[in-house]
Design a protein. Structure first.
Length: 420
């Protein structure tokens, strides 16, 4: 009887990054085929990719660690030639992780082809399994806009969700916790399978200062950078406290001033900043945490925002994905105290968040990367899209106002799905 060797746990990959002319990738999304697309874009820069050279799905409390271990093994076995040496070049994986420990799958995927651009530098990376052919050229079909889109309530209708908010306020008033973030969903159904490239392109065009992403059916335009690790420096952008824009510049400036003075929103924001700073501190030799937030102006809403910065002292052992794990869930998407808030979410929210409000982003072979929070987002499955929006609930939250805020937060993806 012949003894066959045990196959390796991960494939041996060959990755080659070569410089290309910026003009060749000026509009990155125009190069993206319909099959297995991934995107990570901001202000027209970033990366798009397609195909699957390797992929892992993980679940449960160890989903981040299992994916990180797989990635480290994959990188150790890979042959990489990187002629560009920029953040986002070389061997790269894109990931999207579930919000909760149970249920729901998380994914880390290595595209077969990646096109990237950063400033005056552009590149193309190809990845294939050793002893197999390099990725062939693909035909890029025109994007197909969704048609016949109809919307319906998700797990809870608006009236029921306001009751959940009132329940949460009562728990806060009783001293059970300080803040909880409650989300709701909305279902969009088209008359044919959704070409996800269409809503992604809409979001990238209309929300250029957000990070527009698509990974394995999860897409959106997030304004919130959970963590960026780049050559020893770490940054996290915290958003908490929101007000809807009116479209009148003078009125919006007055509303921004109101937001900056709002005790409810400042309290919510302070919780979120504190949770991020506390999570990053063990990994940093020094940190800068601004005392006051600034107002971030987006096309449809304004947020209180704070950028927390630090110098990482354990980069050799803690990757950007592990930093994202240490930050998730922050008070901005869970609440305070976080364990109590997450338990309350599971008890009263009435839906499975899936990968909504979980980390989404990319990681390179050095462990550097960018991980946003999957906000202003949706999951696509065939002809159906499930949109998500969440609101931070504190002691003086009014259910009607929170419902209005959630509706405002649906707008970016709702418009992207309908092409409005």
């Amino acid at each position: 009887m012949t003894n066959h060797p045990t196959p390796p746990a991960t494939p041996s990959l060959v990755a080659v990054t070569e410089a290309v002319e910026v003009a060749e990738v000026e509009a990155l999304l125009d190069h993206l085929p319909r099959t297995e697309p991934v995107t990570w874009l901001r202000n027209g820069e970033g990366m798009v990719g397609w195909g699957v050279a390797a992929r892992i799905r993980t679940t449960g409390p160890e989903r981040f660690r299992d994916a990180d271990k797989w990635w480290a093994e994959l990188c150790d076995q890979a042959q990489v030639r990187d002629d560009v040496d920029q953040p986002g070049t070389g061997l790269l994986a894109f990931g999207s992780f579930a919000f909760a420990d149970q249920p729901g799958d998380s994914v880390l995927t290595v595209p077969s082809v990646i096109l990237g651009r950063r400033g005056s530098v552009a590149w193309r990376t190809t990845v294939h399994v050793e002893d197999s052919p390099a990725p062939a050229a693909v035909e890029v079909e025109p994007r197909v806009e969704p048609t016949g889109v109809l919307f319906s309530d998700g797990a809870l209708d608006g009236e029921t969700w306001m009751g959940v908010v009132a329940d949460a306020v009562a728990r806060i008033d009783a001293g059970d916790l300080e803040k909880v973030v409650l989300a709701r969903d909305l279902i969009a159904t088209a008359d044919a399978e959704i070409d996800v490239r269409a809503p992604v392109a809409h979001l990238a065009t209309h929300y250029p200062t957000c990070w527009t992403f698509h990974v394995d059916g999860m897409f959106g335009a997030t304004p919130e950078m959970l963590v960026r690790r780049e050559r020893g420096l770490v940054t996290s952008r915290v958003l908490a406290g929101t007000i809807r824009r009116t479209g009148d510049d003078e009125r919006d400036l007055a509303l921004a001033a109101t937001l900056a003075r709002s005790s409810k929103d400042l309290e919510e924001h302070e919780y979120a900043v504190r949770s991020v700073a506390d999570a990053l501190e063990p990994h940093c030799s020094s940190m800068n945490v601004p005392e006051s937030p600034f107002v971030l102006h987006l096309p449809n809403v304004m947020h209180l925002a704070t950028d927390v910065n630090g110098v990482v002292h354990d980069a050799a052992t803690v990757s950007s994905l592990r930093l994202a794990e240490s930050l998730h869930p922050s008070a901005a998407v869970g609440g305070t105290p976080t364990p109590v808030a997450v338990a309350l979410i599971a008890e009263i929210e009435g839906m499975d968040r899936g990968r909504y409000a979980g980390p989404v982003g990319w990681i390179d072979a050095d462990g550097d990367g960018e991980w946003g929070i999957a906000l202003r987002s949706a999951s696509v499955d065939g002809a159906q899209v499930r949109l998500f929006a969440g609101c931070g609930i504190v002691g003086d939250s009014a259910p009607e106002a929170e419902l209005a805020e959630s509706q405002a937060k649906f707008v970016p993806v709702r418009d992207a799905v309908t092409g409005a």
